[in-house]
Design a binder for this molecule. Sequence first.
Ligand code: ATP
Length: 199
Amino acid sequence: MYLKKLELKGFKSFPSKTDIVFENGITSIVGPNGSGKSNVLDAIRWVLGEQSIKSLRGDKLEDVIFIGSDSKKPMNYCEVVLTIDNKDGILDIDYSEVSIKRRAYRSGESEFYINNKPCRLKDVKELLLDTGIGREGYSIIEQGKIDEILSNNSNNRRKVFDEACGISKYRYKKQEGEKNLKNTKENLDRINDIFYEIE
Ligand code: ATP
């Protein structure tokens, strides 16, 4: 599994459609200060489901949408598509190439797509569990991340190891199962109350 392509449109400092193709091997992004290098990483984290605008260096949701410049009008929406090579089948989906798309509007609406089919954030999260590239993943090490991991409490630090060992998926499934059990129990209690009232 590796990242093949990143397509940006209206994301932060990229108003026009910009395609970045990652060839085999190491890709370096170089440029002067403020030219948008970190915005490329922000785009990858955003399309993979990052919900914390603060960690994308913004204050509000619409801060990821191009704000306008002297020569270009502000955009009403932004879109990022990340294409991942999945020939080795690490992503649990029957496609050798997987594209994840996220689109957001100034109105606050946000949409996710997997291979151009609309889906929920939950679907993206589940697809990426235990691959290391999800929201809790360790494959993007931004400034300060190593310090954060080292100084975190042991529970939070453990999440990184859980992800690497492939445990996150099972922990997530267990939590989902417990949530369903709790809901079912509440429903049963409600039904019992109704029975009690009817009798
Ligand atoms: P450095 O080398 O200093 O870390 P960088 O190349 O990583 O810089 P970024 O931090 O990625 O640069 O980009 C900063 C630029 O992105 C700033 O010029 C900022 O104005 C621009 N920018 C951020 N958000 C938006 C937005 N919503 N619309 C337009 N431009 C934006």
